[in-house]
Design a protein. Sequence first.
Length: 128
Amino acid sequence: MSEFGKALSISTSGLQAQASRLRHLSENISNADTPGYRRKTIPFDVRMKDGVSQVEVGRMSLDDRPLDRIFDPSHPMADGSGHYEGSNVQLLIELADAREAQRSYEANLKMFEQARQMSSGLMQLLRR
């Protein structure tokens, strides 16, 4: 595999990993007010493929932090004491993680575009 191919492969794996992370973060944000919802997290692993380190998304897991107990006796899911279990999603953390994932995605996209442009420029030079 050429150096350009390696650079494209690395940035592509980063794009896929960050896209998956953004998908899970958006699910967490959209379900922040869903009773009983547990925050989803995904780890990143490094794997070698054709002599190139690449980012790989691990198995999705649910955050095991306790769910918030919310007092609202009028809620249909409230128990005898007037409490029900909310979600364990903290919007501030999710938004910060989403911003970080978006920036990482954009950085990988720029790297991909730079490698593509350099490869294209080299091909044009070789044609002359």
